[in-house]
Design a protein around this ligand. Structure first.
Ligand code: F6P
Length: 473
């Protein structure tokens, strides 16, 4: 565990849309709290109670809003009761439908985007939502406190907070890619300028890879007066090996391994079927449909694999308020069913698809994976690519998109694919399935070592220390 000394004396605040806890209202009216995991939660736990840490987040559900109204909360968390319609405009309308699409280059450009009056109305909500965070942080922060603002939901906060509280150390971290200037310029000029100026209100900006950091710098050079006094740092969040190794051997995971093996079934020779595993939120950038098409191509090009392999695909619901996400989920299901109808036999379901979120089952799939398929069209990092090699029982091969941030660290021992090229991806899956066991184990060990080089606690402390010390980079 990293030392807490380095941050002594400084109050630390974190700001993000989604906080570490969420509430539901039970039938009897009582509130039930559910604590989330993830890199930030374990990162923040590394700084120790003397830092007086406070996490400012938004109420997201009716349960959260009810908790705020009743004054129910957790120490160290302040949930903002932003009106539901303002939040919906900011989160669904701007953050997830515009900024997310720009940074992941997801627009189908002949039809989208259209920056119309409705967009302008939603943008005003995005400003209101960012201002609510800036005001809460300004109110809560002790003199000279360090504030770490997270992600594309809150790009305006650093600038707004700087104006309110020039004494603070302000950092911002992007968990997504950053679009290169040729794509970023798609935003209306005044909006692009506002985003860049908002971000440049920070003392220091963090990115997951050098590529995204360079894209941001290039945008500032093209559309603003450069970076000014803002410093840039790269922090490649790694997998939490200790947590994953312990959690993946708990009883519920063992149970799910048994159930999954049953679902997958055995090959005609009675041996275990080989498994190609993927686990994603059903997110457009994750490229699940092309992954399924590549698997279908594999079954076409290499009929010898039929009945001897299974594609275990977990596609968990995400952002279901947006029609485009619901449609994408339906398409994932449709293509998986089509493959099962076309190739399946009475004893073999080629695609084992699950759409209900279950972390223990994800870990079970990681453990039995022979091959992990991670093929996003674009991804800030992609932690699945880092988690599978850490957890897999017998060492797994990794087929990895060159467009995932994780590729910068894992590219050498992964099998690299262009995520748009389903023929190449099918070939890569075949290569992964035919890699000899010794080479696979060796590569998997090297992947696990690279994947855990910067665990969440150190990732968080590195940023905090660099922000407080004012060190370059
Ligand atoms: O990748 C960006 C990010 O905000 C992650 O930090 C997070 O895990 C993911 O998107 C989930 O997004 P949402 O909060 O919309 O479910």
């Amino acid at each position: 565990m990293a030392s807490t000394q380095a941050v002594q004396g400084a109050q630390v605040l974190v700001a993000s849309n989604r906080g570490p806890v969420s509430y539901t209202v039970d039938e009897d009216g009582s509130l039930r709290a559910r604590r989330g995991g993830g890199g930030l939660v374990s990162g923040l736990s590394a700084i120790g109670p003397e830092a007086g840490a406070l996490w400012v987040c938004s109420a997201l559900s009716d349960g959260d809003r009810e908790a705020v109204r009743r004054g129910v909360g957790e120490d160290g968390v302040r949930m903002l009761d932003i009106p539901a319609d303002v939040h919906a405009d900011a989160y669904n309308g701007i953050a997830n439908s515009v900024l997310w699409f720009v940074h992941h280059m997801l627009y189908q450009t002949p039809l989208e985007p259209v920056f119309d009056a409705e967009f302008r109305r939603q943008w005003a909500s995005y400003e209101t939502y960012n201002r609510a965070f800036a005001e809460a942080l300004a109110e809560e922060a002790a003199p000279g406190a360090a504030v770490l603002v997270q992600d594309y939901h809150l790009t305006l906060v650093p600038g707004m907070l700087r104006a309110l509280r020039p004494d603070l150390r302000i950092g911002h971290f992007s968990h997504t890619p950053w679009a290169p200037p040729e794509y970023f310029r798609m935003l209306p000029d005044d909006i692009a300028g506002q985003v860049l100026r908002g971000m440049l209100g920070a003392d220091r900006l963090g990115f997951l890879t050098r590529r995204w950091a360079d894209a941001f710098t290039a945008c500032c050079e093209r559309f603003a007066d450069g970076l000014g006094n803002t410093r840039i740092g790269v922090h490649g969040l790694g997998a939490d090996a200790d947590f994953l190794r312990a959690r993946s051997h708990e009883a519920d995971v063992e149970e799910r391994i048994v159930a999954l093996r049953q679902e997958i079934g055995t090959a005609p020779d009675g041996g275990a079927r080989r498994t190609i595993v993927r686990v994603d939120r059903t997110e457009l950038s994750k490229n699940i449909v092309r992954g399924l098409l590549a698997y279908r191509q594999l079954l076409e090009d290499h009929p010898e694999w039929r009945e001897r392999i299974a594609h275990v695909a977990f596609a968990y619901p995400s952002r279901q308020d947006l029609a485009v996400y619901r449609d994408y989920t339906a398409e994932v299901r449709r293509v998986a069913e089509e493959i099962n109808e076309r190739y399946g036999t009475p004893g073999w379901r080629p695609v084992v698809l699950h759409l209900e979120d279950d972390f223990a089952r994800s870990l079970a799939a990681y453990r039995i994976a022979d091959v992990a398929l991670v093929n996003p069209v674009r991804d800030g990092m992609n932690l699945v690519a880092k988690e599978v090699p850490v957890v897999s029982d017998a060492g797994c091969a990794l087929v990895l998109s060159r467009e995932a941030g994780a590729h910068e660290e894992l590219g050498e021992d992964a099998i690299t694919v262009n995520p748009y090229d389903v023929v190449e991806t099918a070939r890569a899956l075949h290569e992964a399935l035919t890699t000899g066991p010794e080479e696979r184990v060796e590569r998997s060990k090297r992947l696990a070592a690279a994947a855990t080089a910067l665990p969440p606690a150190q990732w968080f402390l590195d940023q905090l220390n660099a922000l407080r010390e004012g060190t370059p980079g």
